[in-house]
Each structure stands twice: as structure tokens, then as C-alpha cells.
Design a protein around this ligand. Sequence first.
Ligand code: 5GP
Length: 220
Amino acid sequence: MYGNGGGQMEFSRRGVMLVIASPSGAGKSSITRTLLAEQDNLTMSVSVTTRPMRDGEVDGKDYHFVSIEKFKAMRDAGELLEWARVHSNYYGTPVADVDQRIENGHDVVFDIDYQGTQQLYEKRREHLVSVFLLPPSIPELRARLKGRALDSDEVIARRLQNARTEMEHWAEYDYVLVNDDLAETTRKVTGILAAARIARTRQKDLSVFVKALQEQIDEL
Ligand code: 5GP
């Protein structure tokens, strides 16, 4: 039921579903990467997508790359916890793997858009914690997008327009952080995850434990 290894008692628990969202360039990837490296027991949800694989991406690691037919078959068979069409490609979260990890007490981080987050709220509210990151300013966001030196001015202009749309959904998230200091924002997200891990609703054996305490009083 619980461990008492070297100090604080720990109950077995359900995992946390952690959504981290932000406009492109506001720090989502860096923060997610640090969390995955530093946190035991935290893994990424690997989505299925119909978009073509980019250079450097690995099938099964970045995404499961599938055909449109396969995607629709999975969706229609109820194998996706959520799905959305983003920029004319389909994306979705395979349900079985995520549910199993959560039930076994493993935490899962999601890189999904607001449409997917809304569906997770409908279907898995009790497991979900969501964080939305904002850039400190638009000149700063532009500088970060330009700093990547990957994209043409036209692509950057399009990303800024997309950022505008994504920011419309800020109020649908549990936490909204302005990322003006990457290390500090990472610390805050780490704290959010730490608190979510010990939330009452995730502890599996609390009621049994409390009953046992009461019985000990009764037996005095
Ligand atoms: P990209 O094609 O650049 O990897 O991702 C494009 C967008 O799709 C990003 O905003 C990303 O968060 C979103 N996305 C990736 N996987 C999923 C998914 O499984 N579900 C949903 N709803 N969005 C996703």
C-alpha cells in the first residue's frame, strides 16, 4: 500500500497527464526536454500523425507516422484518446498506452494543441494538469524565432499569426506562465508537476489508510 523507505510515507498513486502548450518559440520544447531529462518516471506521449516525416525525426520516437487510411481506422476504432487536424495533417494520441502508464503511476507529458487539450478535459479531467507558456513580448518571440535561423521571413510571419490564434486559448489552461527566464519557468513547471503528483485525487490507498488509523483509535 505505501512505502516508508527512509522517511516520508508514500502511497501508490495514479500518474499525472501533463500538457505543456505554447506558441512556437515560447519555450515549450526546451522545458519539456529538461523535464524529461531530470524527472524520473516521466515520459512523452508519442502521437500518431499523417504528416510526412521531417529530417532527423525517428518513427516511433517523435511520432508514429501513419497513412490517412490507418489514422482514420484507428480513430473510428476508438483507439485515439483525442485527435485533431492541424495545418491539414491529422494528429492523435493512442489511448491504450497512455491509460496504462497513468494507471501504473507513471507520469506522461503531452505536446498537443488546444483542440486535443479540450478533449482530454472532457475525457480524463481527473488526471490532467495543463500549462500554457506565453512569451514575454512579441519582439522577444520574433527574436527567438529568428534565432533558430531555420525559417524564412515568410515562415516566421506565418508562425506569428499561428501564435496569435494559439494565444486565444490561454484561459483554457490550469496554469499560464510568462516565460521570461527559461530556468525559472522550468522550476515552476517542475513545481506544478510535484504538486500534481501528491494531489489527493491521485493517491490510491488514502481511504484504506485513514480507515486503518480510525480502527487503531477504536482499539485503544
Ligand atoms: P508538428 O507537425 O510541428 O510536430 O506539430 C504541429 C502541431 O500539432 C503542434 O502544435 C503540436 O502540439 C500538435 N500536435 C502534435 N501531436 C498532437 C496530437 O496527438 N494531438 C493534437 N491534438 N495535437 C498534436
